[in-house]
Every structure is written in structure tokens, then in C-alpha cells.
Write a protein that binds this ligand. Structure first.
Ligand SMILES: C=C1C[C@]23C[C@@]1(O)CC[C@H]2[C@@]12CC[C@H](O)[C@@](C)(C(=O)O1)[C@H]2[C@@H]3C(=O)O
Ligand SMILES: O=C(O)CCC(=O)C(=O)O
Ligand SMILES: [Fe+2]
Length: 360
């Protein structure tokens, strides 16, 4: 049994996983240069194949990131009683090891903050005015990047207007979150079981439209690669090399549905580093609660009211309905499963003899 002093939830309640090895690093992380002319096409390709990409030449000033990261580090280094006074995270505030309300545990502490428009909401007061100011500046930059990326996605998919997706996350009533995560080192486990690491954040997909993740230089994030050719559904976990100069754009469940499954929400998890602290900052861009989430009409065939050839693969829902169901689910659940539509079997077309067509 491994019990860490001063930890409210012992390590034994946290699933252990095999420590990442150098061979697990994914050398093929797709990078999209947001300032390049082919960015729209590249973003769509990456989101179709992998469900995420690394955004480079994003135009966000280093100072905006380093200022919030320094505030986060300062907050997480403050006395436990002060941090606890900002919790529990139900739903917003400081959380320690407990993720959500349904029994998920991870080797992390975090601050979950609601955003109202372009700034932190009064529903989740920041622990200090300096953290609040830094977070507001950061949120402004993330909303801008979310808008740019979603406009590119619309362009790359050939849907119009260009703002059809972007407007949902920059609407005055859009449902956005900012999450600051700290994964402390775990030297005791390193000495007792050197090949094992604690799960920092268990496998899941993000429910919103888009997530934009920044991390410090400590590794830990893993993504599940899809292998359409394989018969089994076993995930192949690969480690994403940390790169503090870039951001990781992650497709959320709602974007998967709105693109009728063309872009995929990628399963990801964090394996805590036993020796070094990881700090990550994630912006989650969701639509207003009453927004209908259904495949975009222009991606569907005539039966779905669209111009293309596809049938809708999903039952429509509102973001409010989906969010409510998501927050009752466990982290690793397939939250979209109840919304999958049965695909009708392919219709057998009558064979037409070329000689008899067109009919006389
Ligand atoms: C176990 C849970 C935590 C979560 C709400 C949920 O019930 C299922 C989805 C989880 C997730 C994953 C992405 C984000 O980190 C998050 C804030 C979100 O919107 O959905 C978390 C939720 C959370 O930590 O409360
Ligand atoms: O901390 C990370 O790197 C990822 C966390 C995450 O996936 C989340 O908060 O939803
Ligand atoms: Fe996530």
C-alpha cells in the first residue's frame, strides 16, 4: 500500500499506468501553421485523421502565456488550507484529485473557472486579482485563436458562412471554461515502482466544440490513435512531446457531431510525471446552452435537408442537454453513444442495362 503524507486522497485510489517510454513518443504530431495559406486544409486534414493538431505561428504573445502560468504556479504553491478555501470544484473552483462528481480520481490539483463572454465569470471568482487579470488576458487570446481555427475548419470543409462554427464559441452566451491543472511529481512511487506512474487525468474526450491546451515543458499528455484498419477497438496510446511554444487544438464531441463524424473528438489522458511538475492551461470553447448540436446541413444529403450525400449519423440535441448528461457520466464513458443513429442498410439498386436506359 502506498499512502502519501498530506494527501487527502491516497495514491491507492488512483489508477497506475505503465510509465511512458521514449518509444511511445509520437513523432507524427500534425502541426498547422496558422499564418500559412494552406492552414484551413491542413487543419481539417489533421482533425479528420487525428482529432487534434499543434498550432504554430499562432500569434499569441509569450507574455500572455507566461503571466498566467506564473500565477497558476504561485497559486498551486500556496498553503493547502488557502487552496482548499477555493474549493471544492462543484462545479467551479479548486479541486484536488477528485475529477467531476462521479468518482473519478487523478494525480492532480486544478482550478476550474467559468467564463462569461470574454472574461472570467462572477460564478467562479479567481483566487487573486493578479490571477484574474492574467486569466482574462489569456481568455481573450484563446477566444481569438478558437475563432481563427473554427473559421479555418469551416473554410476547409467548404461550409458557409465562414463564421458558422466560430460564432458559437464567441457568442455572448457561449459556454466556455478555463482549467488550470497541476500534476505534482510523485517521487515515492518512482522509488517504489519505477515503471509505473499515476494517472493524472484519465482517458476521455472533451464534450465541447474545441479545446486549446498549453502545457509547460513537462511531458504527460497522451492521445489514442485510431486504427481504422484494426478489428479491435484497443486504443494505441502515444505520448505528445511537450512544446511550450505551441498550443494543442483538440476536437470536442460537439464538433464531431456537427461535422457528422468527419472530424473526430480524440481520446486523451495525462500520465503524471513522477519527477517533474506539469502545469497545463486549457480553454474549452462550448456553444450557448440552447444551441442545437446536429450535423451542419451543408454536410448532409437531401434527406437531411442538405446538399451533400450523407445521412445524419446522430440524433440532434442541445448543448445544454448534452452537458447535463456529460456531467452525470464517468470520465471514460462514451458520451456520444446514446446519440448515435442506426444507419439504414444500403439500398440495393436495381441493375440497369445500359441498352435499356433511358427508357424508350
Ligand atoms: C468526470 C467528469 C469530469 C468532467 C465532467 C465529467 O462528468 C465528464 C466530463 C469531464 C470533462 C472533461 C473535459 C473538461 O476537463 C471538463 C471540465 C469537461 O467539460 O468535461 C471535465 C469535467 C470536469 O472536470 O468537471
Ligand atoms: O492537463 C492536460 O494536459 C490535459 C487535461 C485535459 O485533458 C482536460 O482538462 O480536459
Ligand atoms: Fe481533456
Amino acid at each position: 500500500m502506498v499512502v502519501l503524507a498530506k494527501s487527502p486522497a491516497p495514491l491507492e485510489q488512483i489508477p497506475l499506468v505503465r510509465s511512458p517510454e521514449p518509444g511511445d513518443y509520437f513523432a507524427g504530431v500534425p502541426a498547422v501553421d496558422l499564418s500559412a495559406p494552406g492552414a484551413a486544409r491542413d487543419a481539417v486534414r489533421a482533425c479528420e485523421r487525428y482529432g487534434f493538431f499543434k498550432a504554430v505561428n499562432h500569434g499569441v504573445h509569450d507574455g500572455v502565456v507566461s503571466r498566467l502560468e506564473a500565477e497558476a504556479v504561485r497559486f498551486f504553491a500556496s498553503p493547502q488550507a488557502e487552496k482548499d478555501a477555493r474549493g471544492p470544484a462543484s462545479p467551479f473552483g479548486y479541486g484536488n484529485k477528485r475529477i467531476g462528481r462521479n468518482g473519478d480520481m487523478g494525480w492532480l490539483e486544478y482550478l476550474l473557472l467559468a467564463i462569461d463572454g470574454a472574461a472570467l465569470s462572477d460564478a467562479s471568482p479567481a483566487p487573486s486579482s493578479s490571477l484574474r487579470d492574467a486569466a482574462n488576458e489569456y481568455v481573450g487570446a484563446m477566444r481569438g485563436m478558437a475563432r481563427t481555427v473554427l473559421e479555418m475548419v469551416a473554410e476547409g470543409l467548404g461550409v458557409s458562412p465562414r463564421g458558422v462554427l466560430a460564432d458559437m464559441v464567441t457568442d455572448a452566451a457561449s459556454d466556455q471554461l478555463l482549467r488550470l491543472n497541476h500534476y505534482p511529481p510523485c517521487p515515492l512511487l518512482q522509488s517504489l515502482m519505477p515503471n509505473c506512474s499515476p494517472t493524472g487525468f484519465g482517458a476521455h474526450t472533451d464534450p465541447q466544440i474545441i479545446s486549446i491546451l498549453h502545457s509547460n515543458g513537462t511531458s504527460g499528455l497522451q492521445v489514442a490513435l485510431h486504427n481504422d484498419a484494426a478489428d479491435d477497438d484497443a486504443p494505441h496510446w502515444v505520448s505528445v512531446p511537450p512544446d511550450p511554444s505551441s498550443f494543442l487544438v483538440i476536437v470536442g464531441d460537439s464538433l464531431q457531431v456537427m461535422t457528422n463524424g468527419r472530424l473526430r473528438s480524440v481520446r486523451h489522458r495525462v500520465v503524471a510525471n513522477t519527477l517533474k511538475s506539469r502545469v497545463s492551461m486549457i480553454y474549452f470553447g462550448g456553444p450557448p446552452l440552447e444551441q442545437r448540436i446536429a450535423p451542419l446541413r451543408q454536410l448532409l444529403g437531401a434527406a437531411g435537408g442538405g446538399d451533400g450525400e450523407e445521412q445524419s449519423r446522430y440524433e440532434a440535441f442541445t448543448w445544454g442537454q448534452y452537458k447535463k448528461a456529460a456531467y452525470l457520466s464517468r470520465l471514460g464513458d462514451d458520451r456520444l453513444a446514446p446519440f448515435h443513429r442506426q444507419q439504414p442498410p444500403p439500398v440495393a439498386m436495381p441493375q440497369v442495362q445500359s441498352s435499356s436506359y433511358p427508357p424508350p
